[in-house]
Ligand binder design. Sequence first.
Ligand code: PMP
Length: 354
Amino acid sequence: MSRFFSGRYLSLEPYTPGEQPKDRRFIKLNTNESPFPPAENGAGAIAAEYEKLMLYPDPTASGLKELFAEVYQTETKNIAFSNGSDDLLNFSFMAFCDDETGAAFPDITYGFYKVFAELNHIDHMEIPLKEDLTLDPDDYKKLGRTCFIANPNAPTGIALTPRRIEELVKADPDHVVIVDEAYVDFGAESCIPLTKKYDNILVIGTFSKSRSFAGARFGYAVGNEELIKDLNTLIYSTNPYNVNRLTMAAAAAVLKDGEYTRANCRKVMENRAFTVSELRRLGFTVTESLANFVFARSPEISGEDLYLKLKERGILVRHFSAERIKDYNRITIGSMEDMQALIAAVSRILSEEK
Ligand code: PMP
């Protein structure tokens, strides 16, 4: 750190993204990316947009919002876009928390929530998940805080039904519930319909996973018009052009090919079912994941050992050192070939342990 670094951030511990090694080719099952390329029609859309790059993008993204509203069954006034959903999560901490209203989220969840809370100097409470790593919305009902719920949760993949989330939204109408649906397309149910009924729920999502857009950076928020206006106040106070022209053009193209996304999600779900049953056959405990990853632990090998041994064999998974989950690894669902290679490697590692 330089001697000029602001005293306001001295204790900030930045988020650590999953490793992206360049030294050799790995089967990458560590950052929940899609194993499939994005829909083909986006390439032409990007090429056509290239010659307009001297012009700023439309900060209102009006055309894209119309298309998005149709696909996601909402209205343009209820939508905000950003350069990845992390941005919108950060803006939500800024917009809906302050010195009086703190934040609450589970002890085991997306690690960025804590970083955003600390970045914005927001008091935050970590609510322990149950012993079986499920989340009980009752734990949040009387907190009087802005709640951040990843649904499905990360890294467990366990999802709540919209009905359970509705109970929480209803129980505390004076605080906003932010539902992070990064992984919703792999079998869980979206809470977007609830945004029409309640003014205190904001749904945040991303094209990074199911739409294979991690490299394009595109996130969305859907909520009551007033919540969206608040987000826009922050977006327009930071970077009104936060979605670039190429991404906007590609996002529109990808939205038009919904069947491609649905087919990819079906493949991921099939590969997930295969992976879960194979891991269980090998003696692993695996959570009931509805995301594009599974979360698994073996009684025969520590989480860290398995992670390191898989890495030696050219397979990257994600290991977290937090006490409650250090026995687990989070394994992204890749192609069937990737998952077969993973199972073969795990099987060999376990037999070497014996
Ligand atoms: N929410 C959750 C739960 C995530 O795991 C991720 C991906 N790391 C994000 C949000 C952010 O996704 P992106 O910024 O790529 O849209």
